[in-house]
Design a protein. Structure first.
Length: 333
């Protein structure tokens, strides 16, 4: 076990397998911007990613989540999943926009993936299409969720990024819809990730407001966090036991328990979603460093870590100095 300067242990690893995406969500990768995506030779191979994960498991990593960009765009992703599923991890999951999920769910399950989280921000085709920057029928994503339930990629969770004035009026409908499917929804406060997503405090619909809204319609009871560092505040509907959660990164930051390391597709390590600095590990992996050397490098980075951006955000805003951050589609959420 290793601890950072604030006593936080490393527990979770998020791996972005590509920075490319078939959506252009306004809150993540707005349309009209020019993006330079990584070239093929720049991104880590599946063998390289697996080597990295194997090397750092002894430091305390128990959970791995694959993300992106859109992870299902990475060709033969199931090969990486098969490699990782052989490792002594408690959890192996994937976050996806769900567009390709219907056709891939079975393959992912067979490769050893445990569960999926699908991002779906509206039940209305028009609103959803506007948010994700292309014409998409919501039922296509729902079909992916249904297929995931069918093949056992469970518990299936749905991430909803809530933006005031855009989709906050759908919170009750979305909650009711997924409650009836037995799918856990996580309502996420709109975050100021990256530098180009048009974020402002006024557009944040707070987790407290969401909870108040849902409590008027459903009988809810709080659920204990299942481990230190779990980011969602969890609740259960009293009538059927289905869970719903809120992620309040803006209004009630949880940096004090943050135990995540992030690996980008091009082999950089970040210790915070809002980090300005990243550390190259591709050189180490490609330069045939031993597991021990990789482990030592990450131990040092973690030991120096003092990130708590979400707790400092208001201070930065008040002082008008906003540090330049890594874009969300590069870090993967
Ligand atoms: N493309 C995949 C997806 O959308 O699920 C995985 C990568 S995406 C960057 C990971 C998660 O971050 C998604 O659930 C997405 O909704 C969420 N996200 C992206 N931008 C966000 C923002 N500005 N505020 C809150 N959540 C955001
Ligand atoms: Fe793509 Fe996911 Fe970002 Fe949307 S949130 S643009 S689907 S990476
Ligand atoms: Fe962790 Fe950084 Fe988010 Fe705080 S702001 S919870 S340190 S990722």
């Amino acid at each position: 076990m290793i601890k950072d300067t604030l006593g936080r242990e490393l527990h979770d690893l998020r791996i972005s397998v590509t920075d490319r995406c078939n959506f252009r969500c306004s809150f993540c990768m707005p349309e009209g911007e020019e993006y330079e995506f990584f070239r093929r030779e720049e991104i880590l191979s599946f063998e390289e990613i697996t080597k990295f994960v194997m090397a750092i498991i002894p430091l305390g990593v128990k959970k791995v989540r694959l993300t992106g960009g859109e992870p299902l765009l990475r060709r033969n992703l199931e090969r990486l999943i098969a490699y990782l599923s052989e490792l002594p991890l408690e959890d192996l999951s994937l976050t996806t926009n769900g567009f390709l999920l219907k056709e891939k769910a079975k393959l992912l399950k067979e490769a050893g993936l445990k569960r999926v989280t699908v991002s779906l921000h509206s039940l209305k085709d028009e609103v959803f299409s506007r948010l994700v920057g292309r014409k998409v029928k919501v039922y296509q994503i729902i079909e992916g969720i249904e297929e995931s339930l069918k093949v056992g990629l469970t518990p299936v969770k749905v991430n909803v990024c809530v933006i005031r004035g855009i989709n906050h009026t759908e919170i009750v409908d979305i909650a009711r819809f997924f409650k009836s499917m037995g799918v856990v929804v996580r309502f996420i406060e709109f975050m100021d990730v990256g530098n180009i997503n048009g974020w402002s405090l006024e557009k944040v619909y707070s987790a407290r407001e969401m909870l108040e809204l849902l409590s008027k319609r459903f009988e809810l009871e709080p659920v204990e966090k299942s481990y230190r560092g779990e980011v969602a505040d969890r609740y259960r509907y009293k009538d059927d036991g289905v869970e719903v959660g809120f992620i309040s990164s803006i209004t009630q930051p949880f940096c004090g328990d943050c135990n995540r390391l992030r690996l980008t597709a091009d082999g950089k390590v970040l210790t915070c979603l809002f980090a300005q600095d990243c550390y190259d590990v591709k050189g180490l992996i490609r330069g045939s460093a031993s597991d021990e050397e990789i482990r030592e490098f990450i131990s040092k980075i973690w030991a120096w870590r003092s990130d708590r951006y979400s707790e400092q955000r208001l201070e930065f805003l008040e002082n008008g100095i906003m540090p330049r951050k890594v874009e969300m589609f590069r870090v993967g959420g």
